[in-house]
Design a protein around this ligand. Structure first.
Ligand code: GAL
Length: 426
C-alpha cells in the first residue's frame, strides 16, 4: 500500500518527467541548425595564447627587449607552453597579433615580417613552434590597414592566404579596421575564408566580422558561421573587472541571438583570458575562467607565461574546468536567471551532465549565501530524478547526492563564482 509521502514523491517524479520532456523538446528545437565552416577545424573551442592584451603594439625592442613584439618573445613563449604543462592541458595555438609586419609589402606584393624584430622570418618561427608540438597563429586585416596601421589585406586576399599557408601558419586572426564599406567587410571576410580553404592547408579562421557590423546592422550569424571558426562580437577585453563585466553583460543581453549559433566548428569569441596579469582579483579571475568555460569560448590567454603566479597557472590549467570548456557536445551555456545581484548560468554537457556557475555581482560586503533549488537547473533535467554535484571552483569539492526536490546552498565571494558540475546519479 502507498503511503501519502510515497504518493507525493511519485507525483513529484511524474511531474518531473513531464517537465523534463517539455524541456527536452524545447532544447532540441534550439539545436544550432546553421552549417559550420567546412574546414574540419575548431570542433571544440580553440585553446592557446595571443599576444595582444598583454603586449599590445610594443615595437620598442631597444628599450624593452623582453616585451616587444619580436621573434624572441614567441620563441620563449613556445618553449614555455611546451615545457610547463600548457600544451599538455590543451593550449596549442601560439598566436601573433598586430604589429608583426614590416611597414611595406615586398616587391612581389607579399606581406613580410619586420626584419629587425623577426630576423628569422615567420616560416622559421613556424618551424620552431611546430617542433614543439604547437601551432602558429598570425594576424591580418580585411581593410586597407591593420588597426595599428600596418599593411591591410584589401586587394591581396589570395596572395596573403597563400603566403600564410607557405609559411606554415595554422590560424589567422582577421581584423576589421580600415574597411570603407559594409559590403567590402562582408565580401572580404568571405573571400579570405575561401582563399584560406583553397590553399589546402588547415588554417583556423578567427573573425571580427560581427563586431564591425553591429554599429551598422545586426549581423547574420548563420552566414558568419559558414565562413568563420570563431568570431568576436564585442569590444576588446582589458585587464579589468569592468571589462569582464561588460563582456558578460553584452553576452546576456544578446544570448537569444548568439547562443544557438555556437557549436562544433564555430564559436562566439568573448576575447582573451587576462588571468595572470594585474587587473583582476583572485575571485574575478575565477569568474573569468568559469564563465569562459560556460560560454564555450576560445581560451586564448594573453599574459606573460614567463612570469605567472602558481595560483593563476593552476586556474588556467584546471583540467576539470577545461573539460567543461571543451565538452564535445559543443553547446554554449547561457544565463538562466539574475536575482538580487546573483547570476546563475548553465551549460548542457555530454552524457546528460550540466555545468552551473553562480556569480555574486555585488561589489560591497563579504561572501553572500545563495540557495538554489536543483529542480530549476538544467531545464528540469539536470537532477531528475537525482544527481551528483561536484564543486570545481573556487576549490574542488564533492558536494554529493541531490534529489530532484532538494536545494543547494553556496557561499560566493564578491565578484566571485562557484562553478559546479552536475552528473546523473542513476
Ligand atoms: C583590435 C582587435 C584587438 C587587436 C587590435 C590590434 O581591433 O579587436 O583584438 O587585434 O585590434 O591592433
Amino acid at each position: 500500500m502507498m503511503t501519502a509521502t510515497m504518493m507525493l514523491v511519485s507525483r513529484v517524479r511524474r511531474l518531473g518527467c513531464v517537465l523534463a520532456f517539455c524541456f527536452l523538446a524545447l532544447f532540441l528545437w534550439g539545436l544550432p541548425g546553421a552549417r559550420a565552416l567546412d574546414n574540419g577545424l575548431a570542433m571544440t573551442p580553440t585553446m592557446g595564447w595571443l599576444h595582444w592584451e598583454r603586449f599590445m603594439c610594443n615595437v620598442n625592442c631597444q628599450e624593452e627587449p623582453d616585451s616587444c613584439i619580436s621573434e624572441k618573445l614567441f620563441l620563449q613563449i613556445a618553449e614555455i607552453m611546451a615545457s610547463d604543462g600548457w600544451k599538455d592541458v590543451g593550449y596549442e595555438y601560439l598566436c601573433i597579433d598586430d604589429c608583426w609586419m614590416a611597414p611595406e609589402r615586398d616587391s612581389e606584393g607579399r606581406l613580410q615580417a619586420d626584419p629587425k624584430r623577426f630576423p628569422g622570418g615567420i616560416r622559421r618561427l613556424a618551424n620552431y613552434v611546430h617542433s614543439k608540438g604547437l601551432k602558429l597563429g598570425i594576424y591580418a586585416d580585411v581593410g586597407n590597414k591593420t588597426c595599428a596601421g600596418f599593411p591591410g589585406s584589401f586587394g591581396y586576399y589570395d596572395i596573403d592566404a597563400k603566403t600564410f599557408a607557405d609559411w606554415g601558419v595554422d590560424l589567422l586572426k582577421f581584423d576589421g579596421c580600415y574597411c570603407d564599406s559594409i559590403n567590402h567587410l562582408a565580401d572580404g571576410y568571405k573571400h579570405m575564408s575561401l582563399a584560406l580553404n583553397r590553399t589546402g592547408r588547415s588554417i583556423v579562421y578567427s573573425c571580427e566580422w560581427p563586431l564591425y557590423m553591429w554599429p551598422i546592422f545586426k549581423p547574420n550569424y548563420t552566414e558568419i558561421r559558414e565562413y568563420c571558426n570563431h568570431w568576436r562580437n564585442f569590444a576588446d577585453v582589458y585587464d579589468s573587472w569592468q571589462s569582464i563585466r561588460s563582456i558578460l553583460d553584452w553576452t546576456t543581453s544578446n544570448q537569444e541571438r548568439i547562443v544557438p549559433v555556437a557549436g562544433p566548428g564555430g564559436w562566439n569569441d568573448p576575447d582573451m583570458l587576462v588571468i595572470g596579469n594585474f587587473g583582476l582579483s583572485r575571485d574575478q579571475q575565477i569568474t573569468q575562467m568559469a564563465l569562459w568555460a560556460i560560454m564555450a569560448a576560445p581560451l586564448l590567454m594573453s599574459n606573460d607565461l614567463r612570469h605567472i603566479s602558481l595560483e593563476a597557472k593552476a586556474l588556467l590549467q584546471d583540467k576539470d574546468v577545461i573539460a567543461i570548456n571543451q565538452d564535445p557536445l559543443g553547446k554554449q551555456g547561457y544565463r538562466l536567471r539574475k536575482e538580487d545581484n546573483f547570476e546563475v548560468w548553465e551549460r548542457p554537457l555530454s552524457n546528460l551532465a550540466w555545468a552551473v556557475a553562480m556569480v555574486n555581482l555585488q561589489e560591497i560586503g563579504g561572501p553572500r549565501s545563495y540557495t538554489i533549488s536543483v529542480t530549476s537547473l538544467g531545464q528540469g533535467l539536470a537532477c531528475n530524478p537525482d544527481c551528483l554535484i561536484t564543486q570545481l571552483l573556487p576549490v574542488k569539492r564533492k558536494l554529493g547526492f541531490y534529489e530532484w526536490t532538494s536545494s543547494l546552498k553556496t557561499q560566493i565571494n564578491p565578484t566571485g563564482t562557484v562553478l559546479l558540475r552536475l552528473e546523473r546519479a542513476s
